[in-house]
Write a protein of this length. Structure first.
Length: 194
């Protein structure tokens, strides 16, 4: 009975976790997170001169797979503009299955990831950010303040049919120190498996 109560309380905590607001500082910047290549990072270490982009992702969510073709180009755009980039797998409930460390390595190799893909073992980062979906995007500026959160763009089905590239627009604005026009959009995707 105690275990059931704990599970229900844990679920309720996640369900009603407050998402970071625009202007808030990045939380949990010093938690060690391991990349699929075996290197250990922290968000602080991954932050570049102009900021950090954090994408909560995974291996199997159909929404992640649909947007997958945009990950490397966005990572490259971030690199060109001195913004760090990291994909975070917080599906703790599936870390012994489809989102295991080995499965993450295979996924990163299959999609030729050119950026760190890390495991958030107890979903600490996702809980601290208030992230609930995969993919769920958080862009921080050089002052470590959240400046954009939500979706990658307005068309998960086809990159060629995108009308508004929310994330690309936000990255470009951060790079030149301009105000971001659209700061929040609705994250679309599968729920994170806490």
């Amino acid at each position: 009975m105690k275990k059931l109560v704990f599970i229900i309380l844990s679920f309720m905590t996640v369900l009603f976790a407050r998402e970071l607001s625009i202007g808030e500082a990045m939380p949990k910047v010093n938690i060690p997170i391991q990349d699929v290549n075996g290197e250990t990072f922290t968000l602080k270490k991954l932050m570049d001169k102009n900021g950090l982009l954090v994408i909560f992702s995974c291996n199997t969510c159909p929404w992640v797979i649909r947007w997958q073709d945009r990950y490397n180009p966005i990572a490259e755009l971030c690199s060109e503009n001195n913004i760090g980039f990291v994909a975070v797998n917080s599906n703790a409930r599936q870390h012994n299955g489809v989102d295991s460390y080995t499965a993450m390595q295979e996924h990163a190799q299959e999609y030729n990831y050119r950026f760190p893909y890390v495991m958030d073992k107890r979903a600490e980062l996702a809980k601290a950010f208030g992230a609930k979906k995969t993919p769920h995007v958080y862009l921080f500026n050089k002052d470590n303040k959240l400046v954009y959160r939500g979706a990658i763009d307005d068309n998960s089905e086809n990159a060629e049919n995108v009308k508004t590239s929310y994330l690309v627009n936000a990255v470009n604005a951060v790079a030149i120190g301009e105000e971001i026009k659209v700061k929040r959009t609705k994250a679309l995707g599968c729920s994170i498996k806490f």
